[in-house]
Design a protein around this ligand. Structure first.
Ligand SMILES: [Zn+2]
Length: 85
């Protein structure tokens, strides 16, 4: 008897905006014993991505739903990394 066991966990919901539209990204973790990229997110805009790492998935989903905030964060980080002499 063949038994396929696939367990899908809810891993997070991201609400944000991009391209002038309100979007919601649902992140899930799927464990079926075979997949090497169990983490994925799917956006209401139709985009989706798969990851092997939970942290990468979180970061990517956040970037996707907060492109402006992410750009601001990057600028802030760049200033920290390159102090004026
Ligand atoms: Zn989207």
């Amino acid at each position: 008897m063949k038994r396929e066991q696939q367990i899908e966990f809810w891993a997070g919901t991201y609400h944000g905006r991009h391209d002038g539209a309100q979007v919601t990204t649902i992140a899930t973790a799927t464990f079926d014993g075979t997949s090497t990229v169990p983490y994925s997110w799917t956006c209401t805009c139709g985009a989706s991505k798969c990851f092997s790492d939970r942290w990468e998935m979180d970061t990517s989903a956040w970037q996707h739903t907060h492109p402006t905030g992410w750009a601001r964060l990057r600028q802030w980080a760049a200033r920290l990394l390159q102090p004026r002499s």
